[in-house]
Design a binder for this molecule. Structure first.
Ligand SMILES: [Mg+2]
Length: 314
């Protein structure tokens, strides 16, 4: 037991991860997509009392938290039912995920629906955006992470690259909860990344860091990607979270917006990793209260923490 007064408690890190995810999602959402999506979000992007709405990234993370808090494990069938029930067009789900969830809602089993739009399953970042919750739940049992992430991913994003990207994000969150250094996290990522598309981008990140370079948002978008594919967004989010680890979350999210592309999901993933490393107490209160259902998110994070510490790791 550490008595360091500056030590960040595990509960604070859980809360920081969940709030960071929702904040990155809600702050990135107005800048995502083309002119049509942005115009629509200008209309539906605020609640009646003026708070920033979050999108599918946070909704699916809430679904996983509620499932895990109730069951104490990752269960594909239960997640499938919750994802389908929570689906609403105004949360900005990707078109392929929307089709899969509507099919599940009509009674098609996820094992069929998940392959019904793309033959090998979706390789988008929709599994990665909700993977931080699994990184939290399995933080004390990292050997479980890959399997847990796959069990969540396969319901809507069964492609191997979607799963690998989600595993990287979950491991980055788990390592951040444990207070690992950025260098430790990056070497863990390099050991875990199997596909060359992730490996080459991680190599670029390490090269920048070793040279002490601070690439511009445009350079980050060009070298690491800013798209909806897991290969073009997961390493981007990890890089940004580590680059801004000792800086303000608001500055990090401004950078995310300037990188452009899939800003809500890159913001959600970077926000989650940043929050797991820094804790909720480092997120300014006025940013938290500006987002919808912030109190519910805090309560879910704490309930998830309590469930995690009471779940056997063996
Ligand atoms: Mg979204």
């Amino acid at each position: 037991m550490t008595m360091d007064p500056d030590a960040i408690s595990a509960a604070d890190r859980f809360e920081g991860c969940v709030l960071g995810l929702a904040l990155g999602d809600a702050m990135g959402a107005p800048y995502e997509g083309g002119i049509l999506e942005r115009t629509l979000w200008r209309v539906i992007g605020r609640t009646r009392d003026g708070r920033r709405r979050w999108t599918d990234d946070t909704q699916m993370s809430v679904d996983i938290m509620e499932s895990v808090i109730e069951l104490g494990r990752i269960d594909s069938d239960d997640l499938s039912a919750r994802f389908a029930l929570s689906y609403h067009w105004s949360r900005g789900y990707g078109p392929a995920t929307a089709k899969v969830l509507k099919r599940i809602r009509r009674g098609v089993h996820w094992s069929k629906a998940s392959y019904s739009v793309f033959r090998d399953g979706s390789f988008g970042n929709g599994a990665a955006m909700r993977a931080p919750i699994i990184g939290l739940f399995d933080a004390m049992a990292p050997e479980r992470i890959n399997q847990s992430v796959a069990a969540s991913a396969i319901v809507t994003h069964a492609h191997e690259l979607a799963i690998q990207g989600a595993q990287l994000i979950a491991h980055a969150v788990a390592a951040s909860v444990l207070g690992e250094s950025s260098e430790e996290i990056l070497s863990r990522m390099t050991e875990l990344a199997l596909d060359e598309q992730f490996r080459s981008r991680l190599a670029k990140v390490r090269q920048w860091r070793e040279a002490g370079q601070q690439p511009s948002p445009r350079e980050v978008a060009k070298a690491l990607g800013n798209g909806i594919a897991a290969t073009h967004s997961c390493v981007t989010a990890i890089f940004i979270a580590l680059a801004f680890r000792d800086r303000l979350i608001a500055n990090m999210l401004e950078f995310v917006v300037r990188v452009g592309g899939d800003t809500d999901t890159i913001g959600a993933m970077a926000g989650a990793i940043w929050g797991a490393g820094n804790g909720a107490s480092k997120i300014p209160e006025e940013l938290v209260t500006a987002i919808e259902q912030h109190q519910r998110l805090r309560e879910l994070a704490i309930a998830l923490y309590q469930r995690t510490i009471s779940t056997p790791t063996l």
